[in-house]
Each structure stands twice: as structure tokens, then as C-alpha cells.
Design a protein around this ligand. Structure first.
Ligand code: NAP
Length: 295
């Protein structure tokens, strides 16, 4: 007979925080930056902000402070909200041409009249720290070295850091977006010890997607639809990773309902899961870009 406690205490999954993963990645980045600096190279991550959105200015500020702590230089250009696409491209071209700049980050979003994707395509692929340039997505598809999109790379690192086996297991990703679901599927299907999974991607074209998520050993939410993953979509004991989020003002609304912790074996926390690993991967891409450029 189960004890009274066992009858009344709901099962709670093991938490998979992202911060320890980010700390480990950033410690490695700091060491690599120190090696570069000792060789006379100051790695530089250039940032570009367009407009006066407070949240975007805040995100850029956080990244600049983190860059400085890690030993990066962070040259910055701030364009006015009415900047033209040509002006944005000129700023990118100047950073591309500057041999002292190794990585370039254009803060998202840009004002509505500007085309963010077109700007990204102007970044020298070797200075693309987001890993979202078409050439780098092609490298990812071919398994060639290059920067990997930050959120997918962060999720792979998070699974590896917490000792969750991925190889040979069934991974189901809800969402096929260009930022997250699609590159993540490519990454986790690659032939490497921390990947090597049987990956299924579901989306709005698969009306009965819960049939797939319910059989996943590792379920990754990448939809950006608050609360779309409910406990009945999760196999008992599965690993659940919340990648998709939406914001209502400053409030973060994750894809994964908190009640999933009562079914999952392990789960990312509502706040502080995938997010910190994404930022860490940006700096990992930046130091790797500097290492490649100085040989
Ligand atoms: N945590 C982080 O640090 C971080 C970083 C980057 C992005 N993100 C988040 O990751 C999420 C995905 O980003 P993205 O740019 O890849 O997304 P996206 O382009 O908006 O794609 C969303 C995907 O979800 C699917 N989807 C949406 N509603 C659905 C529904 N009701 N049923 C089934 N599938 C549904 C869409 O299906 P269709 O293709 O059929 O339309 C699409 O494939 C966003 O929430 C974003 O905020 C988080």
C-alpha cells in the first residue's frame, strides 16, 4: 500500500535550469578570450541597434556588459528609428570591412519599415554570431563547421549538461520555425554523441500532433503559443524542454504549462531554462568567429 504522502504529494519533475549550462559555456568562452588577448588579439563583438525601443536597448545593454565581463570589445552603432535600409546596410558593411571586428549582432526587432532578414543577409557569414545567415544554415545542413543558431545550440548543450541521453531516443519538436524548430531538428539528428536522435517535427499541418508528442522521450516546445503543451500531451517520465515563449508586456508566457511538471521526468523551469543558454551560445559563436579569423 502506498503511504498517505505518496497518495497526496503530486509527482514533480526534476528541474533543468539553464544558468549552470550558461555558466559552464561562458567560463570556457572567457578562457578562450584570454588566450586570444594573450596573443595580442582583442575579440570584438559589434552591436547595432535601430530605434529607441526600451526593451531592445535593454537587451543590447545586457549583452554589452556581458561582452565586457568576458573580455570582448563591443563597438556599437545606434541608428535612429527613421533610419533607412541603406543606412543599416552601410553600418553592417563597415563592420564587415573592419578587421578588428569579429562578430556582428543586429538587435531584433528593427522598426517595421526595415527588413531584418535582408539586413542579416548582408552580414559577412564569418561574422554572423546568430548562425542565421543562409550560408551558415547551409553549413549546418551539411554538417560543416560554422556558427549554429543560438537557441538550438543552447538546447543541445542543456540536454548534454544535465546528462540527458539523446542518442537513439525519440525527440519530438512542436514547431518548424526558422529560428528554433527547423535548425534544432537538423542539429539533433546529426551523427554526434550529444545528438543522434530520431527526430520528428510537428506543426499546424499535423492536426493530431499530440499523438506524436505523447510518444516523445524528449519533447521540445518551439511554437510560441502560450500553454500549448499540457500534461495530456506528455508521456509520463519524458523530458520536456520549453523553447517557445511569448511576452505580454514584460510577462513571459511559455509554451509549456507548469502542470506538465506533474507528468514529466525532467523539465525546464518556467523562467531561466533555455533563455540563459541562448545568450551564452551567442558569445561562444563570437569567440569561435574571432579564433577562425585570426587562424
Ligand atoms: N527561449 C529563447 O531564448 C528563444 C530564442 C529564440 C526563439 N524563441 C522562441 O521560440 C519560438 C519559435 O520561434 P521561431 O522563430 O522558430 O517560430 P515561428 O517561426 O513563429 O514558428 C512557430 C512554429 O510553431 C508552429 N505552431 C504555431 N502554432 C501552432 C499550433 N497551434 N499547433 C501546432 N503548431 C503550431 C508553427 O507551425 P506552422 O509552421 O505550420 O505555421 C511554426 O512551425 C518563439 O516563441 C520564440 O519566441 C525562444
Amino acid at each position: 500500500m502506498p503511504s498517505t504522502d505518496e497518495q497526496t504529494t503530486p509527482h514533480t519533475a526534476t528541474m533543468l535550469p539553464g544558468q549552470p549550462v550558461a555558466d559552464a559555456v561562458l567560463a570556457d568562452v572567457a578562457e578562450r578570450v584570454a588566450v586570444l588577448r594573450a596573443a595580442g588579439v582583442v575579440p570584438a563583438l559589434a552591436t547595432v541597434l535601430v530605434g529607441d525601443d526600451d526593451a531592445s536597448a535593454g537587451y543590447i545593454g545586457i549583452k554589452q556588459r556581458q561582452a565586457a565581463q568576458l573580455g570582448f570589445a563591443s563597438p556599437h552603432r545606434h541608428l535612429p528609428a527613421d533610419a533607412t535600409q541603406e543606412q543599416l546596410h552601410e553600418v553592417i558593411a563597415a563592420f564587415n570591412a573592419d578587421p578588428a571586428v569579429h562578430g556582428i549582432l543586429v538587435q531584433y526587432p528593427v522598426p517595421d519599415h526595415l527588413d531584418y532578414d535582408a539586413a542579416l543577409q548582408r552580414i559577412d557569414p564569418d561574422k554572423d554570431v546568430d548562425g542565421m545567415h543562409p550560408l551558415n544554415l547551409g553549413r549546418l545542413a551539411l554538417g560543416l563547421p560554422g556558427p549554429v543558431p543560438c537557441t538550438p545550440a543552447g538546447i543541445e548543450a542543456l540536454l548534454a549538461h544535465h546528462g540527458i541521453p539523446v542518442s537513439g531516443r525519440e525527440v519530438v519538436i512542436l514547431g518548424r520555425g526558422a529560428t528554433l524548430g527547423r535548425p534544432l531538428a537538423t542539429l539533433l539528428a546529426q551523427k554526434r554523441p550529444t545528438a543522434n536522435a530520431a527526430v520528428t517535427v510537428v506543426h499546424t499541418g499535423v492536426a493530431d500532433w499530440p499523438r506524436y508528442t505523447r510518444r516523445a522521450d524528449i519533447l521540445i516546445a518551439a511554437a510560441g503559443v502560450p500553454g500549448i503543451i499540457q500534461p495530456e500531451h506528455v508521456k509520463t517520465g519524458a523530458v520536456v524542454i520549453g523553447g517557445g515563449v511569448r511576452y505580454a508586456g514584460r510577462r513571459l508566457l511559455p509554451d509549456v504549462d507548469e502542470a506538465c511538471a506533474e507528468v514529466a521526468g525532467a523539465i525546464t523551469p518556467r523562467v531561466g531554462g533555455v533563455g540563459p543558454t541562448t545568450v551564452a551560445m551567442l558569445f561562444r559563436n563570437a569567440v569561435a568567429a574571432a579564433e577562425r579569423q585570426v587562424g
